[in-house]
Design a protein around this ligand. Sequence first.
Ligand code: DGJ
Length: 707
Amino acid sequence: MAIQAVENTYWVLETDHTAYTLGLNRGGLLAHSYWGKRLPYLTDYPPAPSFDEQPFHSPSPGEFPFNRPAHLVPEEYPGYEDVKYIEPCLKVTFADGVRDVVLRFERAEIIDGARPELLIHLRDVHYPFQAVLHYRPHAAYDLIERFVTVTNAGESPIEIERIFSAQWHLPLGGQYWMKQLTGRWFDEFQLRHEMLNPGVKVLDSRRLTTSHHANPWFAVDRGSAEETQGEVWFGALAWSGNWKMAAEVTNFASTRVNIGLNDWDFRWQLAPGESFTTPSSFAGYTDGGFGKASHHLHDFIRDQLLPHGAQPHRVLYNSWEATFFDVSEESQGRLAEIAASLGIELFVTDDGWFHGRNWDNAGLGDWWPDEKKFPNGLGPLIRRVNDLGMDFGLWVEPEMVNPDSDLYRQHPDWVIHFPSRTRTETRNQLILNCARVDVQDYLIERLDRILSENNITFIKWDMNRNVSQPGWPDAPREPRELWVRYVWGVYRIWQTLSERHPKVIWQSCSGGGGRADMGMLQLADQIWVSDNTEPTARLAIQHGFSQVYPAAAMEAWVTDSGDRFLSLEFRFHVSMCGVLGVGANLLHWDERDRKTAHKWIAYYKEIRGIIQNGDLYRLDSTQPDVFWSVQYVSKDQAEAVVFAFLTHPMNPTRLQIVRLRGLDPQAMYEIEGFAGRRSGAAWMQTGVQFDLNHFESTVRRIRRVST
Ligand code: DGJ
């Protein structure tokens, strides 16, 4: 059984290989007791820790005045109360001005069945305020999902100032390191690994989106884990707006990671009878290193979150870098013909197709085809694309409006703004307040009409600026609820359209990878990972992205970026590591380029099942910034494919041996370009050596053969 209760005071959540336990300690606090490898017997798990006696030798008699039990206990969901200065998960103000919250255990419930869940009901000792902690073990993925619902059961409003999804506790004591993803526009998903010291390490977004600057993910180890081995505790947040992660090492050697909605500028008025539910945080433990942690997340995202699961992604062409805003039936048609001849399956018209859109200073908001560029609507272009044997896709940026648009002229009040402040435009645009239901309804109506009237099977949903002047002047409630209601509004628009048009594949883009998270991946099957398509930069970006998200969600185009120093083959190989697309100006490609493209697109179609739905292995590199190798293995281990890239080593030496992974040790395999058949064990132990020169790459298929 995935969830077991012991005397209704202690709970054990087990997944295939791990366990997570919590219980009431002697003082009645709900405390975390274990998160690690699954143990043979229930009695193996430690009791909920108590600190109701002197924890340290002290020369002075009596109680320590500075730390009380609540400060020392690793509480599952601490509220701000008592003599307790750790990062709390919850902070509220009651109607009478009382600003702490004293939650105590009331009861527990276990829901069995296909989706088991433990619900721990807590209640404030004085006020009619309840919190339910939800725990869902996802056994096959070794993940635990946590979220919280609070309810105001009284008659006066309650103000929530902070409400995290979870506090994840690491085993007490020891020194931990944390992997994290930070960056900026054009340089997203840079992987960092740093030691956690006493104090609080905070990563967050205040930008209304997940942001290019940090991703809501962590992977904590003891400083010695590697890709293939070692204990790793990892987790993420399924939320596409302001978030916060606060990794705290207390002065009592307790390490915990808080994750949830950002409390910065956050307020929520919980009216009598109302409830509020946080987004989910998913976290897991493995002793199989960072690679295994990624596998768990990849499998879960692919199997449980992505709307179209394992459905293979088509090779697309996107016109943006070829035509920019100069979009017309003719310009798109010319590109479509070449694209089809290369084997492209999906033709996507990017920005520039809608009313008044000739540059980035006009048109956003007016979601109908530009009358000059498409006098007969999109129909003729779509038919031409379909006749060429390709599906058609379209770019939209629903949340935005240019002041130079019919929509803004009619509804200047629909944007996020403070009336007395200048509305800062970035990229000449403002943000529609998607927290407003009338804005949501307008966007649903416009986009639904486009999708209903045209044969469109793919939408790239873009979002090209971050927030400023985050006001909602005529808000019916607390205006700072904007931060959450905006995201809920975007989710509602997207969800409604997905339900009405279930075949459409959606791609999430926010000026590249500005909105990539497990919340988004429940609506979008793909992420446009970065506007930076220069392949050597992309190698690092893709490496970071792969820590959390599967290759199936990683759209990657071959463009003209890097063409002065990188072969077209190299550029293809980099993009083939995810969902292959092409974004180059095909009119500039000569016959040789087209042949190369044709060859690699055909090759990719043969291996995409392994890449998109197999296991991804980041192979060891002794020169991490200049030599990269990544391998994908089909779930049945019958097929694999390995890529290797050499950029510009300062001190060229013979390339290292690459040890393959994930093969069946007993089975025999052949590797394209290498003589002989050898066991999986042999290829994995003795490895292969590629012969690459500066800025060269290779891709090799690996096949299981009978002995
Ligand atoms: C930013 C995106 O990341 C690009 O790919 C492109 O769609 C532009 N927006 C269009 O404005």
